[in-house]
Write a protein that binds this ligand. Structure first.
Ligand code: ADP
Ligand code: MG
Length: 372
């Protein structure tokens, strides 16, 4: 299904040094990004970081003040949106309320020279794809939010774009329906094989649906990687803080070897970091990060190879499938709390608030960032 382009170019969308400002805001600040043919790609980031602007630049609704947009190997900077092989699905169910389902889905084909029968057949196919078989005559006003979004999808897919652009298409749906649609959208993308570029501020959505994710902050793309890489090796402190939960500890550099850097923290002691897990521009101060599930509560007398430190439990929350402990360190003067999450509750020690505990971690699991 994945078709290669003529000259060694598997990138269906290639953005080179894109800049776009509004008044004094750099909405997109020098972004270069390649998206592969047939992939499900998400642009993830907090509200206002420039996701929609970047998507609109790909669609041709915004003109970048600097940079080039290539689609399928062609520079499309001066190509109008309707002449690009892209189509967009918006957040706010942009379907025509006065048209029924079939009329909405077939809208983009109305001025083509396809026969009426052919168009009806294509409408049926598109409706089947989005799980709305037989809804042809239904009035738009008689559709639920989820069904309207399916109609919008069918209307975009019927035109067979090379790239489908989706701007927070599920954010107006309630949680259960959103999760179901996430799954269906992923299945749909696999079955049609079209490149999907999804904009979302919802990390779970991006991580569960995508082949790769690009994370944006303040108009810049901080990291582009698979969901696993993003979670396990976030390459900037902002990505680390944004994705999941992360305990940060401030440390000082003690010594360096060819593959490791040893740092010191009052409570954690000396920690030997793998250079592959360290990011940023070299400095004497590093912030290290350990995920809550990588901190293990252990019994005192246990002889282990991993690093350990002592702490006190200040809060404990039962989350159903996990127990979340909030701890304070013994030596550090600051009042920070850190999190430990335990998923195998039944087979774990179950300390109480106020208890002194020993906590172990593996040095390989630690990521680190040089202070700016
Ligand atoms: P996101 O989709 O990530 O929430 P946007 O791309 O919509 O972010 O916006 C990025 C920044 O650009 C924001 O600061 C926003 O206020 C600004 N912006 C976006 N569109 C316009 C516009 N048409 N006019 C002025 N400012 C805009
Ligand atoms: Mg947006």
């Amino acid at each position: 299904m994945i078709k290669k382009n003529s000259i060694n170019n598997e990138k269906i969308v290639d953005l080179i040094s894109i800049v776009k400002s509004f008044d004094h805001v750099k909405a997109v600040n020098n972004v270069s990004l390649g998206i592969n043919e047939g992939e499900f790609f998400s642009l993830l980031g907090p509200s206002g970081c420039g996701k929609t602007t970047l998507l609109r630049i790909i669609a041709g609704f915004e003109k970048p003040e600097n940079g080039n947009v290539f689609i399928n190997g062609t520079n499309v900077n001066s190509v109008a949106p309707n002449n690009r092989p892209t189509n967009m699905v918006f957040q706010n169910y942009a379907i025509f309320p006065h048209l029924n389902v079939s009329e909405n889905v077939g809208y983009g084909l109305r001025n083509t020279n396809l026969s009426k029968d052919k168009i009806l057949k294509k409408i049926d196919e598109a409706l089947k794809l989005v799980g709305l078989k037989g809804y042809n005559k239904r009035a738009s006003s008689a559709l639920s939010g989820g069904q309207r979004q399916r109609v919008a999808l069918a209307r975009a897919l019927i035109l067979k774009p090379r790239v489908l652009l989706l701007d927070e298409p599920l954010s107006a749906l309630d949680k259960n329906l959103r999760e179901q649609m996430q799954f269906e959208l992923r299945q749909l993308q696999k079955s049609v094989g079209i490149t999907f570029i999804l904009v979302t501020h919802d990390q779970t959505e991006a991580l569960t649906m995508s082949d790769r994710v690009g994370i944006m902050f303040n108009g810049k793309v901080d990291q582009v990687a698979t969901p696993e890489q993003i979670y396990n090796k976030p390459e900037t402190k902002m990505v680390a803080a944004f994705i999941g939960s992360m305990n940060f500890f401030e440390t000082k550099c003690l010594e360096k070897s060819s593959k490791t850097v040893t740092v010191f923290h009052k409570d954690l002691g000396n920690v030997k970091l793998l250079k592959n897990n360290i990011f940023g521009v070299e400095n004497t101060k590093l912030t290290i990060g350990i995920r809550p599930e990588n901190l293990k509560i252990i019994s005192d007398n246990l002889k282990i190879k991993s690093k350990s430190f002592t702490a006190k439990i200040v809060e404990k929350s039962f989350m159903g499938d996990t127990m979340l402990y909030s701890i304070k360190l013994n030596q550090s003067e600051n009042n920070n709390t850190y999190n430990i999450s335990v998923s195998d509750i039944k087979n774990s020690l179950n300390p109480n608030i106020g208890d002194e505990i020993s906590v172990a971690f593996e040095e390989d699991d630690v990521v680190a960032y040089y202070e700016e």
